[in-house]
Design a protein around this ligand. Structure first.
Ligand code: GDG
Length: 468
């Protein structure tokens, strides 16, 4: 059983008809192929307006719609709960607290009450499915930090593991959280708690050491607390390499490449790409400033360069996100005005959710993909770009503050805060010898092909099997 806040399929009305949409979320993109392969139940918040109209009396529906392979069980939240638990505690307190992207976390007692209430609700939904049976419950992310202990209390036979998709900060940062003890206590209800990289796992152990009367066993990378042992591990998440590679090679993508080149008036070769949820951790303004600097330093690219930025609107009920959208709008406007000539503008800004075919077409069209996160647990866009680069002719510029940078050593590793240097690296990406581009991309592709999403899931399941 997988438990997460976000659901992998959302039902909504369009022109009076029910339609299914897949959200732009790294977590669901990564786990859906795993659930398709192994079956089981996925418990998640039913967030679509038509969600309750398609589920049965136990709030369940079989998915994916085109070829059902597993069950999605939806948990219903009212507006107040969604506001306090999701927009409040999870995304205004825990998200900035864990990312250290220089945004101050907002701690509101009312949000914390909602967070506890919603975690209880999810525990109830899990217990309805599991009961006294043996089961493997795989909890996802920072929305459900209290769930592991709650599930253990209700389902004593269950083995509970948790994957934390975002960074874990160092103890100095985490200590300001008013509910640090409760959150750590909830997470230590797990049999195994995993992060993307060792650095985050070590930060977690240090935090527990500082805050709780617990016994960390550094050699075993485990924590013994209230008589229970929680193993702390790291498994770098990934993408479904073969499927992306195969899809990127199909006719519809090739067709879209031609259409998009025309519609967006893209140049033949010098195309840069950014794809993100519009989130301040992704460093979109920093990236645009570097493009501005690059064009100042290399004016000869005027008329023969485009940077395509896809930014899917995200968490727009949080003020910080609305401010970010305004900042991006302003920067795009300013840079296009400053460098534009006639009909040519350097930045093509697409603040919308694109269909997967378009994403693949853009990955293939791009000479370089720029991932400039200020801090990112992993970053799947980097791995998708590599998997889609079937012609091995693209350069990946990757922030050193992503989990992905630990594995993708053949990318050009960048610091999004160093604008001038990044501008030079953009120039380097455009002028790199073809042989070197190919050499680097081949090695990147070998890494992602081997360390794919099935390996990630297999490693976790194997490790748990051994623990149990
Ligand atoms: C969290 C962690 C970690 C984006 N735009 C569109 C679209 N997307 C898809 C991408 C990618 C996914 O959304 C974003 O994944 P990321 O990993 O980059 O980022 P988060 O959502 O922040 O994910 C992150 C991840 O969890 C997994 O553990 O890597 O560090 O923050 O798959 O392709 N998809 C579609 N249209 C778009 O316009 N269809």
């Amino acid at each position: 059983m997988v438990v997460s806040n976000r659901e992998p399929y959302i039902h909504a009305y369009r022109n009076g008809q029910v339609q299914v949409r897949r959200p732009a979320s790294g977590l669901t993109v990564a786990l859906d192929p795993v659930m398709r392969a192994v079956g089981g139940v996925w418990v998640a918040h039913g967030s679509g307006e038509a969600d309750s109209h398609v589920t049965d009396e136990r709030d369940r529906i079989r998915v994916p719609p085109e070829k059902p392979a597993y069950t999605l069980k939806r948990v219903w939240l009212n507006k107040e709960q969604e506001e306090g638990y999701y927009y409040g505690l999870a995304n205004s307190a825990l998200w900035p607290l864990c990312h250290i992207a220089y945004r101050r976390p907002v701690f509101r007692a009312a949000d914390w009450d909602c967070y506890r209430e919603v975690n209880e609700k999810f525990a109830q939904a899990v217990a309805e499915e599991v009961g006294e049976e043996k089961a493997f419950v795989f909890v996802q992310d920072y929305h459900l930090a209290l769930l592991p202990r709650l599930v253990k209390e209700r389902c004593p036979q269950a083995t509970v593991a948790h994957f934390w998709h975002i960074p874990w900060p160092n103890p100095e940062v985490f200590r300001i959280c008013p509910w640090k003890v409760e959150l750590l206590d909830g997470l230590l209800g797990n049999d195994m708690l995993s992060f993307h990289i060792r650095y985050h796992a070590n930060n977690f152990i240090d935090t527990v050491d500082r805050e709780l009367e617990a016994r960390p066993d550094r050699e075993m990378t485990a924590i013994i607390y209230r008589g229970q042992t929680t193993k702390i591990r790291h498994f770098p998440i990934s993408v479904d390499f073969e499927t992306i590679h195969w899809e990127a090679n199909r006719r519809p993508v090739k067709l879209r490449m031609r259409e998009l080149r025309e519609q967006l008036r893209l140049p033949t070769r010098n195309i840069g790409l950014g794809i993100d949820r519009a989130d301040y951790t992704k460093g979109i303004p920093e990236r645009l400033r570097a493009i501005d600097r690059f064009l100042e330093l290399s004016p000869e690219y005027a008329g023969d360069f485009a940077f395509v930025q896809v930014a899917v609107p995200s968490r727009v009920h949080v003020e910080e996100y609305r401010r970010l959208n305004d900042e991006i709008d302003g920067l795009v406007e300013e840079i296009n005005w400053k460098h534009g000539r006639g009909a040519w503008k350097p930045i093509v800004y697409l603040p919308q959710h694109l269909p997967p075919t378009d994403l693949l077409a853009l990955y293939r069209l791009a000479r370089f993909c720029l991932v400039s996160s200020l801090h990112d647990g992993m970053n799947l866009v980097a791995k998708e770009f590599v998997a889609a680069n079937v012609e091995e002719d693209g350069v990946l510029l990757l922030s050193q503050f992503t989990g992905a940078a630990r594995e993708l050593r053949d990318a050009l590793i960048i610091n999004p805060f160093a604008t001038d240097h990044l501008a030079e690296q953009i120039h380097q990406a455009l002028t790199m010898e073809d042989d070197e581009v190919r050499r680097r991309m081949r090695r990147l592709r070998d890494t992602v092909r081997e360390r794919n999403i099935y390996k990630w899931a297999g490693d976790i399941i194997r490790k748990l099997g051994r623990l149990v």
